[in-house]
Ligand binder design. Sequence first.
Ligand SMILES: [Zn+2]
Ligand SMILES: [Zn+2]
Length: 70
Amino acid sequence: MKCYVCAKEGKETDAVAVCVACGMGTCMKHTVRKDVDVWEGSYPLPSRKLPTRMPRMLCPDCSNAFGEGK
Ligand SMILES: [Zn+2]
Ligand SMILES: [Zn+2]
C-alpha cells in the first residue's frame, strides 16, 4: 500500500501504518500515533480507567478531526 497523503502530493511512499478511523494508508511521516486512554465500562459498575493506554495510528486528517490535546 502507498501513503495516501503522499499520493495526493504526487509522491510514492510505502505506507507503514493504516489509519484506524478511515483505513487510509500512511507513511512514517504522515502517521500520527496517539495513545488513547482505555476505559472499561461495565454495568452496574461505574467506568474506570484502565492503567494501559492503547496506541492508535491515525492519518493527519483524522487526527485533526479527533482534536489535539484530548
Ligand atoms: Zn506520506
Ligand atoms: Zn484517517
